[in-house]
Design a protein around this ligand. Structure first.
Ligand code: S3P
Length: 429
């Protein structure tokens, strides 16, 4: 339980911690490559540590020193069969990406996660992997963990994706690297392309034409040096906080600005936020920059279609933002929210309603009318880090304190979140 309230402005500069998606991939790809891979700016969050725990079980050496990680591996072709169950914690990225990798090994493995992972759909990865010849069993015909995978030789597929998911795309690409033939994937909507970008950095060749990606099987990864950009999904909480807390001015350095992830910036601009940014010469294989946000009056917007995958993880905090904007904000085409760490449509609507927001769920999203004053109260996180952070940011607006039932869950993606909250609220006059 944590009680939060703040009644002043927000002021200051934060350097945004490493991107969760990129951090996971740096460990997994480094473990697949034969040799020594080094990582800078790694996010030491619970989710990324789950990926490290798993790859260590294949005989890969991973040395972590703060944000620097050194991975020493004999290459995926020499991984050893794990002698215990692989525990993926709360991490969908670990579970799904690893499924694709494990399908092509020559050993057996079993994966299990926490209560939330046990409820998340896996058929979206086990179906295409089985079409490639993978030998996978799981509860409900392979839809739920635990997943038991007997690695074997795979054959490439030509796969039109039925869902817009970077985790599914990545699982198929990772299986495709060691499959016979050329794997072709066509996306429903363009999703985050960190896998494609990082695989190239590890020397893998892929071809991209609009929403279609082709990857020749039989390639190997060459060890690399990875600089992880800051996570725009973490920055989003402070962008919204700065926009809605009176007289605020917040600067966020080291923010990853990959165009497949920057939907939040488009939404803020459409809503009239006072947002500026400088792109920096990036030391990373991904774009980075500094963002500055000041308080401004906000208007409602409509969010749907191809914008959704570019901001899928930001919808809880965008819903809070919309409670402070003039007019009715409509979020549609976002049914994927129902299968995140919790059902985020239900969780956001229930929790923001408790605080007095005018918000209703729809089949594929939500409708929010603002501006509304918010009162404090008890926020249930449902063990979901992004619901927890949405509740914490609401405490900058509420007349009485916000009580979070499970503040620890925030460490899944942002272990220094409360330090950053204290830093920005310290100078409130
Ligand atoms: C992620 C992809 C997205 C996102 C998740 C991380 C990734 O999930 O919501 O937080 O690292 O590939 P989906 O692939 O299920 O859309």
């Amino acid at each position: 339980m944590k009680s939060l309230q703040h009644t002043g402005r927000l002021k200051g500069t934060l350097s945004i911690p490493g991107d969760k998606s990129v951090s996971h991939r740096s460990i997994l790809f480094g473990a697949m490559a034969k040799g020594v891979t080094t990582v800078e700016g790694f996010l030491q969050s619970d989710d990324c540590l789950s990926t490290i725990d798993c790859v260590r079980k294949f005989g890969v050496d991973v040395a972590v020193e703060g944000e620097s990680v050194t991975i020493t591996s004999d290459g995926i072709e020499n991984w050893v069969e794990p002698d215990t169950i692989l525990y993926t914690g709360n991490s969908g990225t670990t579970t799904r990406l690893l499924s694709g990798v494990l399908a092509s090994t020559n050993f057996a493995s079993v994966m299990i996660g926490d209560e939330s992972i046990q409820k998340r759909p896996m058929k979206r990865v086990t179906d295409p992997l089985r079409q490639m010849g993978a030998d996978i069993i799981g509860r409900k015909g392979g839809n739920f963990t635990p997943l038991a995978i007997q690695g074997r030789e795979l054959t490439a597929i030509d796969y039109p994706m039925p869902v817009a998911s970077a985790q599914v795309k990545s699982a198929i690409l990772l299986a495709g690297i060691r499959a016979e033939g050329t794997t072709i994937i066509t996306e429903l909507e363009k999703t985050r392309d960190h896998t494609e970008k990082m695989l190239r950095h590890f020397g893998v060749e892929l071809d991209e034409q609009d929403k279609t990606i082709s990857l020749r099987g039989g390639q190997t990864l060459t060890p690399a040096h990875i600089v992880v950009p800051g996570d725009i999904s973490s920055a989003a909480f402070w962008l919204v906080a700065g926009a809605i807390t009176k007289d605020s001015e917040v600067e966020l350095a080291n923010v990853g600005l990959n165009p497949t992830r920057d939907g939040i910036l488009e939404v803020l601009k459409n809503m009239g936020a006072d947002l500026s940014f400088d792109s920096a010469d990036s030391p990373s294989h991904e774009e980075i920059g500094t963002l500055k946000i000041r308080t401004s009056s906000l208007r409602s917007t409509e969010i749907g279609g191809s914008l959704i995958p570019r901001l899928i993880d930001e919808i809880p905090i965008i819903a809070l933002l919309a409670t402070q904007a003039e007019g009715t904000t409509i979020i549609r085409d976002a049914e994927e929210l129902k299968v995140k760490e919790t059902n985020r449509i239900d969780a956001v609507v229930t929790e923001l309603k408790k605080l007095g927001a005018d918000i209703e769920s729809t089949e594929d999203g939500m409708v929010i009318t603002g501006p509304t004053p918010l009162t404090g109260g008890k926020i249930t996180t449902y063990g979901d880090h992004r619901i927890g952070m949405m509740g914490a940011i609401a405490s900058l607006l509420t007349s009485t304190p916000i009580e979070l039932d499970d503040p620890e869950c925030i460490a899944v993606s942002y272990p220094t979140f409360f330090d950053h909250y204290s830093k920005l609220t310290a100078d409130s006059h």
